[in-house]
Design a protein around this ligand. Sequence first.
Ligand code: DER
Length: 227
Amino acid sequence: TTQDELKQQAAQQAADMVEPGMALGVGTGSTVAFFIDALGDRNRQTPLNLKAIVTTSNRSKQQLEQNGFVVNELADVDQLDLTIDGADRVDDDLNGIKGGGAAHTLEKNVAVNSKKNLWIVDESKLCHRLGDFPLPVEVLPVSAKQNFAKFEQAGLQPAYRLNEQGERLTTHYGNWIIDLHVDPLPVPDGLAAYLDATVGVVEHGLFLHLVDTVLIAHADGTIERRN
Ligand code: DER
């Protein structure tokens, strides 16, 4: 089984968990891309009449529209019933790191405004403790220099995320990403509180106590469900 096949299996199972009439959140990434196509197939067979769909990137939006869905803004809905997203890492407590795709600010805003959150991952995303995947932090350019220095002094080994041209990557909101390298993260809650309290930080990629269920596609073909 290839990694794409694993992602597809988890995505298919997630598509089957969507209930008709839901207000649905849809995340971003290569695993979610399989989910969107599976959801489109299901909706073509039997219309799901989703009340709303909110998504977290232009890429996902385009793909949802290609599949015949109308996409709403978060501002158009009060609350989502279920949000389905991928993750870059998931630990034993179902805490995770997101933001490899630089979309974690909107992803977290959608997640906290969703009654339930479901992540779909292949087993390569599992870890006992977070840290081997760099922690993305979206920062305002105006004070990025000072934030970067502060992270350096704190031993967090910051590095600006670069785009393909070698320039600083700009997010959807016109901000920059600083990736922190702390392996393992000693106390994720402590680091999250520190980042939440740092002026100039727009949002970081620690998603703690947020996800309800994770579907994990294993190489042996089984899908594990953790709650
Ligand atoms: O959180 C993120 O930024 C990642 O893109 C995440 O959603 C997983 O992406 P993947 O399915 O392509 O690994």
